[in-house]
Design a protein around this ligand. Structure first.
Ligand code: SAH
Length: 216
């Protein structure tokens, strides 16, 4: 299959499926339509890039399912217009590219050096590298020097959401993350005041684990 020619059509189909599954935010749908997902996976997997599936990206990690990415981004965008956003777990850089189409200022942290390098290359290929500030480091610490963030999206599941990240949210800002080990749930936390946060638990999900430290 010549993906170069077909990817536009496949991407429209992918977005049509996301709509069918309940994604209604037109900003999120437009961003999902704009980013060629096949660029982010191994050539041998490119023909599967527009399936609604997580796919391997090396280092025992995966590129997230289009559905879950659009769901998480829709939740942080609901009734608001986040300006400065942090992603934890860049992986191959796909979600960071989608976020670059949605938000004026995007930061993303990855703890595995090989994936950090890979993400940088992918973003460079798409001329998005100047729109996303990538950091190689432990995202469990957040990015205190650049806080507060209007939204924080965690792409890996920890036993619990690191408390420091809650303090890096702006008031009114939202954090979305999977929480748990074998039984994971999507958790939404909204900062309602200087020292107050609202927490709600959403649907069951499956993510790779959030780990501390870095791997070079
Ligand atoms: N956002 C990616 C998802 C990648 S999978 C996408 O677009 O598909 C989740 C990633 O989180 C993995 O690459 C993993 O290495 C990374 N990760 C896990 N714990 C982390 C931590 N503490 N800090 C930064 N990245 C982390």
């Amino acid at each position: 299959m010549n993906l170069g020619l077909n990817s536009d059509r496949l991407r429209h189909q992918m977005v049509a499926r996301l709509k069918q599954k309940g994604i209604t935010d037109t900003r999120v749908l437009a961003a999902m339509l704009a980013v060629p997902r096949h660029i982010f996976v191994d050539q041998g997997l490119a023909s599967r890039a527009y399936e609604d599936a997580a796919l391997p990206i090396g280092f025992s990690q995966t590129i997230s399912q289009p559905w879950i990415i659009s769901r998480m981004l829709s939740i942080v965008c609901e009734d608001r217009n986040p300006q400065k956003v942090l992603e934890i777990g860049t992986g191959c850089g796909y979600q960071a590219a989608v976020m670059a189409h949605l938000f004026p200022v995007v930061y993303s942290i990855e703890r595995i050096k090989g994936l950090y390098d890979m993400a940088r290359e992918h973003l460079r290929d798409l001329r998005l590298v100047s729109k996303v500030s990538l950091t190689f480091g432990d995202g469990m610490l957040g990015l205190p020097a650049y806080a507060p963030f209007d939204a924080i999206v965690i792409a890996a599941a920890g036993l619990e959401i690191p408390g420091v990240l809650l303090h890096q949210l702006s008031v009114g800002g939202r954090l979305i993350a999977p929480e748990g080990t074998s039984n994971q749930r999507l958790v939404l936390i909204e900062r309602t005041g200087e020292a107050s946060w609202d927490r709600s638990e959403l649907e069951a999900v499956r993510f790779v684990p959030l780990r501390s430290g870095t791997q070079s």
